[in-house]
Design a protein around this ligand. Structure first.
Ligand SMILES: Nc1ncnc2c1ncn2[C@@H]1O[C@H](COP(=O)(O)OP(=O)(O)OP(=O)(O)O)[C@@H](O)[C@H]1O
Ligand SMILES: [Mg+2]
Length: 252
């Protein structure tokens, strides 16, 4: 079943005389339960697309349907309410509130909802438990490692039990081991809890955890086949001379 449907999605920014168009007539279908990786050069529109999917930003034109509802047409208040239960967002730099403990950071999104304190406590505790950081619940972000901070940020993203999890370079600031652990955790959220996951990444290694990888180039999706052909060409600058040499040897 298609969960997210983008049709002719455009986002334009005006800066004085200049018009920047980070997304150009983008068509994209994302299945419910998918784990999609999104790659592309800096400035190609990846974060812009993620922000539209999150309902943090609105398209300039085109439609963006999630679960049959065109979220581009919702009022500000409706959009905020939709976002607070449907979407969990994970950032490269965690974005935890420094003066709040891990527990309080994870509790924050629940304060937007009318949830009794007891239930709030249970939800926060089970989210912290799920990401394996329950023993650090009373630590402040500065007392945690990068990998641990990202775990808390993931707990915060899932505490409202959203359908969609969006992650913008979630391992971009982590070492290899911490990155692998975070990727396993994201995969678990997708496979075991059935969350639909869209992850922006610059690291091809992390795409191995996704079911599908798409490439953005100047605000449009490009065929990965073309990119692979180009990168193969670039990876092997001496391919032609070698082939020429072999041909020469064969004919002599
Ligand atoms: N609020 C804004 N106002 C004006 N221009 C913006 C705004 N947000 C993004 N842009 C522009 O849109 C383009 C795409 O930006 P975006 O952040 O989506 O790129 P990205 O693919 O996420 O890049 P990176 O890999 O560096 O994070 C850039 O040219 C950027 O300057
Ligand atoms: Mg970005």
């Amino acid at each position: 079943m298609t969960l997210i449907e983008c049709r002719q999605l455009c986002r334009t920014y005006r800066r004085g005389e200049n018009v920047i168009m980070p997304l150009k007539e983008l068509d994209l279908d994302i299945e419910s339960g998918a784990f999609l990786a999104l790659m592309g050069p800096s400035g190609s529109g990846k974060t812009t697309l993620l922000n539209l999917l999150a309902g943090i930003d609105r398209p300039t034109s085109g439609s963006l349907t999630v679960d049959g509802q065109d979220i581009a047409r919702l009022s500000r208040g409706q959009l905020a309410s939709w976002r607070s239960h449907a979407v969990g967002y994970i950032f490269q730099l965690y974005n935890l509130v420094p003066v709040l403990t891990a527990y309080e950071n994870v509790e924050l999104p629940l304060l937007l909802h009318k949830i009794p304190k007891r239930e709030r406590h249970d939800r926060v505790a089970s989210s912290l438990d799920l990401v394996g950081i329950a023993d650090r619940h009373d630590h402040f972000p500065r007392q945690l490692s990068g990998g641990q901070e990202q775990r808390v940020a993931i707990a915060r993203a899932i505490v409202t039990d959203p359908t969609i999890i969006l992650a913008d370079e979630p391992t971009g600031d982590l070492d290899k081991e911490a990155a692998t652990n975070i990727m396993r955790l994201l995969q678990q959220l997708n496979q075991e809890l059935g969350k639909t996951l869209v992850m922006v990444t610059h690291d091809p290694k992390t795409t191995e955890y996704a079911q599908r990888t798409l490439h953005l180039e100047k605000g449009q999706l490009v065929e990965p086949g073309i990119l692979e052909m180009e990168s193969n060409r670039n990876d092997k600058p001496d391919a032609s001379p070698t082939e020429a040499t072999i041909a020469q040897e064969a004919s002599s």
